[in-house]
Design a protein around this ligand. Structure first.
Ligand SMILES: CC(C)(COP(=O)(O)OP(=O)(O)OC[C@H]1O[C@@H](n2cnc3c(N)ncnc32)[C@H](O)[C@@H]1OP(=O)(O)O)[C@@H](O)C(=O)NCCC(=O)NCCS
Length: 168
């Protein structure tokens, strides 16, 4: 079977840190963000927790090996995206957009209000991309806390934003 998206299962967790590390190499092209390419990824255990929620999807190749993923969880009446990563070798082929559209379709089908995430304002494949998908700036208490936590972990003040897509 050619590459496709499926729900992640627990065996996939082992492969996802490698995918995330590969994906993050793209940040080397952005001044001041190259350090993200060397930053620790989510642990296998964290991936297993998120996979168990049945809101993690993977892009798999013809051998059923994960090459990309979107990890999310329900927070209140929103589906919050923790991470989207596509391995460097298959970036720019539309898989990131398909993962996002998959999560948006899930939120709509499950009567959730929104899909939310936090991201970099000025990285071309971050906020500008999500904006093209229909995401809009939003900062409620939950998202403000997530942003505050990110800044506490070293992101440059003002570099991040919270975005929301209405699933209704
Ligand atoms: C974000 C990411 C998942 C996108 O994956 P992808 O498979 O390359 O995505 P797509 O091919 O569907 O492209 C997504 C959009 O980003 C744009 N894009 C992708 N790579 C780009 C690049 N290097 N420069 C500029 N724009 C880029 C595309 O034009 C596309 O926009 P469009 O669909 O409106 O035309 C991937 O770049 C990645 O893993 N990045 C590192 C981790 C990251 O930034 N995750 C998001 C955290 S919020």
């Amino acid at each position: 079977m050619p590459a496709h998206i499926r729900l992640a299962h627990s065996d996939d967790a082992l492969f996802l840190p490698r995918v995330e590390l590969s994906a993050a190499q793209v940040f080397r092209s952005i001044d001041g963000l190259g350090w993200l390419a060397d930053t620790a990824t989510m642990t296998v255990e964290r991936h297993q927790q998120l996979i168990a929620l049945s809101t993690c999807w993977v892009v798999v190749d013809a051998d059923d090996q994960p090459q990309g993923f979107l990890s999310a969880e329900r927070q209140g009446d929103a589906l919050h995206i923790h991470e989207v990563s596509v391995a460097q070798s298959i970036q720019g082929q539309g898989w990131g957009r398909k993962l996002l559209e998959n999560a948006m379709a899930y939120a709509h089908a499950n009567m959730l209000c929104a899909v939310t995430l936090t991201t970099f304002k000025h990285v071309p494949w971050n906020a500008p991309f999500y904006t093209r998908l229909g995401f809009k700036p939003e900062v409620d208490l939950r998202l403000a806390e997530i942003l505050a936590d990110e800044y506490a972990h070293g992101f440059e003040p003002g570099s991040r934003c919270a975005l929301s897509w209405s699933a209704r």
